[in-house]
Design a protein around this ligand. Structure first.
Ligand SMILES: [Zn+2]
Length: 370
């Protein structure tokens, strides 16, 4: 049993508490939150300088891309970034697996306890089986031609079986509104379980996406026509968010939203921002005033577009570009992501949870306490 106290504790389900105390079991379960450290005999307390908050939830990552180091050039745009990801298979399996292991260690060290992770392969399965972190695995599908929908779904289901046979949950999810045909979206909807699942989708990461749907022109249109995409993608969807009708009733987590306008955003859904990745690829950030702060989450994206997997570093960028106070920033980092991904044990210091405890000093240094 431990009694942890600091200048402030941020339970996140309630207001910050000056010199409060969190009582945790040896397994890390929160047993109680006390308002005043004076209620406790001094010798029982572990006293820290700084603030204590729950472990972070990285709401968007691609752990399997950890071997693709982000290129030095910044702001080259999304289509250029795709060419980096295409190199993913020109590495041997040992390089891929050791990069995954190092990336996970980095997340642990940076106080991350849960991850929403995009999977196109089974490369991360052996790492995830170790149970170091809690993962929500999204098996991502994309396919722009109607006729290939069944084949793509069959492949995704095979991958889902691999996860299942290793005791890991996974959900089949669409990549982006421009990269998934209507037929493929229907197939995803068919197997979606409303009760306990969330879908995630890359959304308005590039302004070219808005150009495609709203003006039916631009480099995305040229690119899609060049790969024989079904024109229904851009003729029947007149905005990025129009695909939502095709997935009616689904709990959704939109990722990036860099070019989302206020009218595109709804309090019915969760939104994840990946600021460092956005700056790297597009040199642009979302307008943080557009979002409901109870529904905003944060992710690192992958090491293919980021030089670290640190939620604290992402928060520093959000802080510089918004008016959010510290409590709001920490909710974005922990509580909201846990809610979006259904991580019931994580996100706040509520009694009975096992959320991990991070110590932050000066908003620049992080240490994992529990
Ligand atoms: Zn992504």
């Amino acid at each position: 049993m431990r009694f942890l106290t600091a200048d402030y504790i941020y339970p996140l389900y309630t207001d910050p508490i000056e010199k409060g105390v969190i009582q945790v079991s040896s397994e890390g379960e929160v047993l109680s939150v006390l308002k005043n450290r004076k209620e406790m005999p001094k010798e029982k307390l572990e006293v820290y300088k700084g603030i204590l908050c729950p472990g972070f939830v990285n709401a968007h990552c691609h752990l399997e891309l950890s071997h693709l180091k982000a290129p030095v050039e910044v702001g080259k745009g999304f289509l250029n970034f795709l060419s980096v990801v295409k190199k993913r298979n020109s590495f041997n399996q040992d390089e891929i697996l050791s990069a995954i292991d190092l990336a996970e260690q980095q997340m642990l060290k940076n106080g991350i306890v849960g991850v929403g992770d995009i999977c196109n392969s089974g490369d991360t399965i052996s790492q995830k089986k170790r149970g170091n972190l809690q993962y929500y695995n999204f098996i991502e599908v994309f396919g722009v031609r109607e006729e290939s929908a069944n084949q793509i779904m069959n492949r995704a289901k095979e991958l889902q079986c691999k996860f299942k046979n290793s005791g890991l949950q996974s959900t089949i999810t669409p990549h982006a509104p421009y990269s998934v045909s209507e037929k493929l979206m229907q197939e995803i909807k068919k197997i979606f379980d409303k009760k306990n699942q969330v879908l995630t989708i890359h959304m308005q990461e590039s302004d070219l996406e808005n150009q495609l749907f709203e003006n039916k022109k631009g480099p995305f249109l040229t690119w899609l026509q060049g790969i024989n995409a079904s024109s229904l993608i851009w003729t029947r969807r007149n905005k990025s968010i129009d695909f939502i009708k095709e997935l009616k009733g689904a709990k959704l987590l939109f990722v990036h939203n860099t070019f989302a306008k206020k009218e595109d955003v709804s309090s019915n859904y969760y939104y994840c921002t990946c600021p460092k990745s956005n700056l790297h690829i597009e040199n642009q950030l979302p307008d943080y005033d557009n979002f409901d702060v109870e529904k905003l989450c944060v992710g690192t994206d992958s090491l293919a577009s980021n030089n670290s997997l640190s939620i604290l570093e992402e928060l520093q960028i959000i802080k510089q570009n918004s008016c959010f106070d510290l409590n709001t920033l920490l909710k974005i980092a922990s509580k909201n992501g846990a809610e979006a991904l259904g991580f019931e044990q994580l996100g706040t210091f509520e009694k009975g949870k096992n959320p991990g405890v991070n110590l932050i000093s000066d908003f620049s240094k992080i240490e994992v306490i529990v």
